[in-house]
Design a protein around this ligand. Structure first.
Ligand code: PMP
Length: 420
């Protein structure tokens, strides 16, 4: 029943029930962690055979001896496979080390220090270098900028991408606005996919600063939970069509395909951008871990291999997302106190609780032994202006633990809603 329609007596009895349920959870001494989108051990097991793909007797690749220095932008086998994954040409791609976040940090830091390809110079020359942050979004993106002294401006996130009227007016009016963070597919945390219209608008919009860059973090490109996945429009193609081919840096990695921490990462963009970045990386390193790249290409072989591998991930993840969503529906459906995302891919479920309650809910759940991502984390500076967004990461815990944890989360949401 809708909570606003309960009479005083019903409220008293509901309060009593919730307090009892909460006390039971507390007594159970739970110790569950739903803070981060970590793959579970069963997911990692899917790729363990990769560790046998390069042997002491069989370690040479097309490019020669990968035990040695060189190959700063990746081995030919990896460029072939992952250019297809990123939907760019091999010349528009660099294979990095084990972390795409690392590539993003370096791209931002380098732009501050030296500027961008064909640009006007270091971003530090701007009075107040500023990034737009569609929110809720990925906390580590915001943290990269915050740690480097870049000003962050939240932009409303809709079901088809950021609110473009807001984005367009901000980038057109202020030359300090130099970048935007985007997770265009199965966005972290709301799970939405950018529409073709939004992609085209981002690619074509007028920017007051010609050095403006879109940080297009396609971390979940093949991470579907459905048989008929949505298709994301290729933003590099859209930028080229709009005459802004240098506007976008695309990122990706196998952190949630092979091993989180021992995967391979990618940066892609126009040849101009990639040549500029390759040169800089050549100062940073004599070459990446090519042996790991070889392991990856031998294991996956081609995109068909990678896609069928991702189907096995989906088989593990789907029951966990189902358990999360079924518990939310059972406990909160029809109460009118919360809304939540129903993602068809990616790693998160995003809940909007009543305004002003997210921090209390996260604390209550924590006190009963279920750790959640800190309230506010999905907004710049950790400040959710409405204090209502809660990010749920169902990948790591078992289905049974998810059911327990989500039931507790729902009890906390209902308690907070009643007290509100
Ligand atoms: N981007 C997004 C949107 C993510 O959710 C994550 C990890 N959860 C990362 C990047 C981190 O990627 P990597 O492991 O390649 O650094």
């Amino acid at each position: 029943k809708e909570m606003t329609r309960l009479d005083a007596q019903e409220i008293q009895s509901l309060k009593h029930q919730l307090d009892e349920r909460y006390a039971k959870f507390k007594a159970a001494n739970l110790n569950l962690d739903m803070t981060r989108g970590k793959p579970c051990p069963e997911q990692l097991d899917l790729a363990t055979a990769m560790l046998d793909c390069v042997k002491s007797t069989d370690h040479l690749g097309e490019g020669g001896d990968y035990r040695n220095y060189g190959g700063v932008d990746g081995i030919p086998e990896a460029k072939r496979l992952f250019s297809e994954y990123m939907e760019v040409t091999e010349k528009e791609l660099i294979i990095g080390g084990n972390s795409s976040l690392n590539l993003m940090y370096d791209a931002v830091a380098d732009a501050l220090l030296r500027g961008v390809a064909e640009g006007a110079g270091p971003w530090t020359r701007l009075e107040k270098p500023t990034f737009l942050c569609p929110s809720p979004g990925y906390d580590r993106h915001f943290a990269v900028c915050e740690s480097l002294g870049i000003h962050l401006v939240p932009v409303q996130m809709n079901d088809n991408g950021p609110l473009m009227d807001e984005v367009k007016s901000l980038v057109a009016s202020d030359p300090n606005v130099i970048g935007i963070w985007c997770v265009p597919k199965y966005s972290n945390p709301t799970g939405i996919v950018y529409s073709d219209e939004v992609v085209d608008e981002l690619a074509g919009m007028k920017t007051a600063n010609p050095d403006f860059r879109i940080f297009w973090d396609n971390a979940y490109a093949e991470h579907h939970l459905t048989e008929a996945p949505p298709v994301l429009k290729n933003i590099l193609e859209a930028c080229k069509a709009a005459g802004n081919e240098n506007r976008v840096y695309m990122f990706g990695s196998t952190s949630k395909i092979s091993f989180a921490g021992s995967g391979v990462s990618f940066i892609a963009g126009s040849e101009t951008n990639i040549n500029f970045i390759r040169k800089r990386i050549g100062f940073q390193t004599i070459g990446p871990d090519k042996v790991n790249q070889l392991r990856h290409t031998r294991f996956f072989q081609n995109m068909d291999g990678l896609k069928s591998h991702m189907k096995r991930h989906a088989e593990i993840l789907n029951p966990k997302f189902t358990a999360t969503l079924e518990t939310l529906e059972r406990e909160l459906g029809g109460t009118g106190v919360a809304t939540w995302s129903k993602p068809v891919g990616g790693y998160f479920v995003s809940i909007d609780a009543p305004e002003g309650t997210a921090d209390k809910i996260v604390k209550m759940a924590g006190d009963a032994g279920v750790k959640l991502t800190p309230a506010g984390a999905t907004f710049p500076y950790g400040k959710d202006p409405k204090n209502q967004n809660i990010r749920i990461a169902p990948s790591f815990p078992s289905v049974d633990n998810i059911k327990t944890a989500m039931e507790l989360v729902c009890v906390c949401i209902l308690k907070a809603a009643l007290d509100n």
